[in-house]
Design a protein around this ligand. Structure first.
Ligand SMILES: [Zn+2]
Length: 469
């Protein structure tokens, strides 16, 4: 028997145990596992050296900017950062440029051709404007293109993507409910968030933590309460993106226990950084929406990941240009744009702070970095699975290697991160996409971009309820 690739000496998670196997890859897919491939031949053999080999991580929340927004992170640098961070699939957000129709989808699809190192799916878009203008059929055409989910902003985000009000949300939830496709909601109440931003601005506050004080936890709380009410009323699948507060964890947990169709994600920065410290130290380089919170939120979010309230991780990777959008002359904490990178540090962070610190078991780590995202976005078991027949996407980790996050050494265009100086134990040694090594820690990216392919939604799938109570 011969295969295309053999990945030797891989320590593969099997629940919370690890099994040492050789992985056989044929046509980019997992063809089988053997205890020893001695005597077998393949044109390519990769020695994983007994390291932990995780299913390739999935980041379902990136904002790679293309076309008229190409001064920022685009697919070339963004997906390079993903590859270097052990992320083999991203699902990219629909805002820059806007993807809110089939024509706009096709424009983005064409612009991305040949640029990605890793595989990618697309979010679709829907806004209050679709309701007001009678453009609801644009949702159906995007579903036909294979979008994985739809994004809704309750607060104004970028000019290309208007917010929704409460009635428009109800219309959109009702429209999407029968399809079973999830809606991801940026959940902050606009009136409350905006009022306190203006109030603190008028009071002359210029310190970093003022941003976090203005975007209150109550703004997130009441927004999530509304989402839960609408999901319960319509049966739509609602997903809280970048959930940041203990309040959110408690609300989502209670809603899940009632049987409401709701899921949630959080991001690494909400699991480690506090507004009081990081926003004082990094100012606008730690400015995001929703903002960083406090220790009690960090503890609650980890607990949520453990018990299944928080279903999986995303990064909200959205860096801006330092010279013109973060620290331009005359710019302050209120006018600098909210966004930070994250795709490159996701896996090392979760290995270091989750697995190695004992906050997550091996099985939980796999669930929240790949498996659950793949199911949620309709990509499983092609992605997020180590089953025979799945794409041979893997992340080879040295769990013991320590390193310090330095934005100058990351592949992102960002050149900043509020994780700067953070010491992590756990490093990506190789990233394997459909059997090919696309990144090697010793030799960097293994070729030009273009290895990544578009992956449409395979089917509509629902996460089974993992919540243990
Ligand atoms: Zn986002």
């Amino acid at each position: 028997m011969s295969v295309d690739v053999i990945l030797r000496n891989a320590d593969l998670p099997q629940g919370n145990r690890r099994v040492r196997v050789d992985i056989l890859v044929q046509n980019g897919q997992i063809a089988g596992y053997v205890q020893s491939s001695a005597g077998m031949s393949a044109p390519q053999v990769v020695d994983c050296q007994g390291r932990l080999v995780l299913p390739g991580a999935i980041d379902g929340h990136t904002h790679f900017n293309e076309l008229e927004f190409a001064a920022r992170e685009g697919f070339v640098t963004g997906s390079a950062a993903a590859a270097a961070g052990g992320v083999t699939t991203v699902v990219d957000m629909p805002d820059l440029p806007a993807v809110r129709s089939a024509a706009q989808f096709d424009r983005k699809y064409a612009a991305v051709q040949g640029k990605a190192y890793v595989d990618y799916g697309f979010w679709g878009g829907m806004t209050g404007e679709d309701v007001r203008e009678g453009w609801m059929d644009r949702i159906d055409e995007q579903i036909e293109r294979g979008v994985c989910a739809f994004k809704l902003y309750m607060t104004p985000s970028v000019p290309t993507y208007p917010r929704v009000d409460e009635a428009e949300m109800l219309e959109l939830f009702t429209k999407i409910a029968p399809t079973g496709i999830p809606i991801g909601i940026h959940a902050e109440n606009y009136a409350i968030a905006d009022y306190y931003v203006q109030k603190l601005q008028r009071e002359g506050r210029q310190d970093g933590p003022a941003w976090a004080q203005a975007r209150t936890r109550l703004a997130e709380r009441v927004a999530i309460q509304l989402v839960i009410s609408l999901a319960e009323a319509t049966g739509a699948r609602a997903h809280i993106v970048h959930m940041s507060t203990r309040d959110g964890v408690e609300l989502v947990r209670a809603a899940k226990q009632r049987g409401v169709s709701i899921t949630a994600e959080t991001c690494p920065h909400y699991l480690r950084l506090t507004a009081a410290e990081a926003m004082r130290e990094f100012g606008s380089f730690a400015k995001i929406a929703p903002p960083l919170r406090a220790e009690e939120d960090i503890a609650a979010l980890w607990e949520g990941l453990r018990d299944g309230t928080v279903d999986f991780m995303g990064t909200d990777h959205a860096p801006y240009v330092i010279a013109t959008e973060k620290q331009a002359p005359g710019m302050d904490i209120w006018t600098s744009l909210p966004g930070i990178p994250g795709v490159e540090t996701l896996v090392p962070f979760m290995v270091s702070e989750g697995l190695n610190q004992g906050r997550l078991s091996l099985e939980q780590l796999v669930r929240v970095t790949s498996r659950h995202s793949a199911i949620h976005y309709g990509l499983y078991p092609k992605k997020g699975s180590a089953e025979v027949g799945a794409d041979a996407d893997f992340t080879v980790i040295d769990e013991h290697e320590a390193w310090v996050v330095d934005p100058q050494r990351l592949h992102s265009k960002a050149q900043y991160t509020p994780f700067q100086g953070l010491r992590l134990t756990g490093k990506v040694k190789q990233t394997i996409l459909r059997g090919q090594v696309i990144y090697d820690d010793a030799g960097d990216l293994q070729g030009p971009p273009g290895t990544g392919q578009y992956v449409p939604r395979q089917r509509v799938q629902r996460l089974e309820r993992w919540l243990k109570y």
